[in-house]
Design a protein around this ligand. Sequence first.
Ligand code: OAD
Length: 238
Amino acid sequence: MNGAGAPVELKTFERIVFFCGAGLSAESGIPTYRGAGGIWGKYRYEEYACQRAFDRNPGKVWDFHDERRRFVAGCEPNPGHHVIARVQARKPDTRIITQNIDGMLQRAGARDVIELHGSLWQVRCDWEGTVKNDVDVPIQSRTCRCGATLRPDIVWFDDSLDPHVVRAAIDAMTTADLLVTIGTSGEVFPAAQLPFIAMERGIPSIEINPEETPMSRLYRYVMRGPASSMLERLDYTG
Ligand code: OAD
């Protein structure tokens, strides 16, 4: 442990990869998906977060996502998001991979965030094959100019990840010199597999999570605590 009680000092690395999950945004007030108070404990994904539900009742699925937009828009990035954005500003080879769809890292100033599961703030027309930003709450129009129904550009259950996005994440893991995984249960694949690519290369790896996960034993270091204070400890530059 260094002076700040952290296993490593971020400033000694050049190609840090931050691999983020819902726990990163928990301190912003955004509920995680699993565990106590988790979104999937309150809403059945079969009714709100899969293509079949959307085909059956697009209005109901859109209402759910409009409500999520409204909620997330009322939350603020927390110190954990800001640490990550700050490290990236200092070290341009930093890569940020997130499973989150909330856009909080970007609001904290992070750039080029690799969004594995899409974004709450983008809509897609599967008929035209187009994606566009739409940050209105509620969404301006649920219908594309071509007449087809727009859908949130989110990777729902049983959807495939965008291969270009996966490629970018693999490349980041392949060149990283430090892996910092934050606030993910490690239960959703293929995302949960990505850290193995970095770990297999023998680079230092850190898991930040207040709770143990199925992946914890694979990390060289584990920091048990909330994302914001653990990230601040890692970024201690004194
Ligand atoms: P989960 O809800 O599965 O896990 C959240 C993790 O965050 C748990 O391991 C918690 O212990 C941890 N956690 C809670 N509070 C924390 C805090 N303050 N600081 C750090 N960690 C904390 O969320 P994900 O692993 O991100 O998909 O879930 C993966 C995917 O499943 C999501 O991207 C989502 C969901 O279905 C989509 O939205 C498409």
